[in-house]
Design a protein around this ligand. Structure first.
Ligand SMILES: Nc1nc2c(ncn2[C@@H]2O[C@H](COP(=O)(O)OP(=O)(O)OP(=O)(O)O)[C@@H](O)[C@H]2O)c(=O)[nH]1
Ligand SMILES: [Mg+2]
Length: 332
């Protein structure tokens, strides 16, 4: 069970080609001068953000990347060919850090964002550059410069508008599957969702927005218990948190306590998370539940000025109202 939004990789840009040592040899030209050409530049390694990807999975399978070297210089002052640049597509929202210092090198936060992360080495100068009046037969040329070499950490924070949080089994994936075209795995056991799912919601009015469904959180998530921790950073960048609480009799424990457990994990992970606009959604209302407990949850939300909606993803009750509310809240 591996998380796919984090990868450590090694990159090497192409080395520059060597400059050539060569002397002109032509009929009837008794002593031709030096004509060694320059080496080509090594290929750069370039990252480019694209909406077509949404995980860093590829970088977990292949962890070494090398761009092509420049070709060596040739006789007759012929320049060696430049090495091909290596273009690596990454999902929008990928942050690139130096693996040693941890410094952020680039943050590719929009479609098409590009960064030349490792520069190819310059090609060496051929011996034709080194002839002077006193040194007419230079028997040397420059070597090519080495391509840059880097160890990097790639980190992806999904760029979603709405982050779905809640205990395992709360119905998060089911909700995203009825409001968007995402089709995540749904099952009646905890930790069904292992990696985040993104879904685009198209409300009747207003712009589309992106919802991220992350694996269930449990107590201690902020310390790394369960699967929660790696995923919490995904919701850091969302504009709104949607907290699913199972209010049916199928749900374990008390909805109010369950809500507090998640709130406390969010606060411990980053106090700012709780400053985000939040919506609490009581789920699975088609299954009988304890009305008293539902009322308590609703009352708590009212007290804390958090919007509350009761929905059933199974029957569709309350879903439209929720989507309309989200669309309006995101417009602000
Ligand atoms: N009857 C009914 N069952 C629901 C509803 N929503 C979810 N369920 C069921 O609840 C169980 C858990 O749903 P999931 O959507 O997988 O829950 P989750 O929050 O994504 O769970 P994790 O990924 O494990 O954190 C599944 O068996 C769903 O079929 C609902 O509105 N009504
Ligand atoms: Mg799920």
């Amino acid at each position: 069970m591996k998380f796919v939004d984090y990868a450590t990789i090694y990159l090497k840009a192409g080395d520059g080609g060597r400059g050539a040592v060569h002397f002109r040899r032509e009929k009837y030209v008794p002593r031709g001068g030096p004509d060694g050409g320059d080496g080509g530049r090594g290929g750069h390694v370039i990252f480019r953000a694209t909406h077509e990807l949404n995980t860093l999975l590829d970088f977990r399978y292949k962890r070494e990347y090398r761009a092509e070297g420049g070709a060596h210089g040739q006789k007759q002052k012929m320049h060696g060919r430049d090495g091909k640049d290596l273009n690596l597509p990454v999902p929008v929202g990928t942050m690139i850090k130096d693996a040693v210092s941890g410094d952020i090198i680039a943050d590719l936060d929009h479609d098409g964002a590009e960064v030349v992360i490792a520069k190819g080495g310059r090609g060496g100068l051929g011996n034709s550059h080194f002839a002077t009046s006193t040194r007419q037969v230079p028997k040397f040329a420059q070597p090519g410069e080495e391509g840059a070499e880097l160890n990097l950490i790639l980190e992806l924070k999904l760029l979603a508008d709405v982050g779905l949080v809640g205990l395992p089994n709360a119905g998060k994936s089911t909700l995203i599957s009825v409001v968007s075209s995402a089709r995540p795995k749904i099952a009646d056991y905890p930790f069904t969702t292992l990696v985040p799912n993104l879904g685009v919601v198209k409300p009747e009015h207003g712009r589309s927005f992106v919802v991220a469904d992350i694996p269930g959180l449990i107590e201690g998530a902020h310390r790394g218990v369960g699967l929660g921790f790696q995923f919490l950073r995904h919701v850091e960048r969302t504009s709104l948190l949607l907290h699913c609480v199972d209010v049916s009799e199928m749900g374990d424990g008390d909805p109010v306590e369950n809500m507090r457990t998640i709130d406390s994990e969010l606060a411990k992970f980053s106090p700012e998370l709780l400053n985000k606009p939040r919506v609490v959604v009581g789920t699975k209302t088609d299954i009988a539940g304890n009305k008293e407990r539902q009322k308590q949850l609703e009352a708590l939300c009212k007290k804390e000025r958090i919007a509350y909606f009761a929905v059933s993803a199974a029957t569709g009750t309350g879903i439209k109202k929720l989507v309309t509310y989200l669309a309006a809240a995101l417009k602000k």
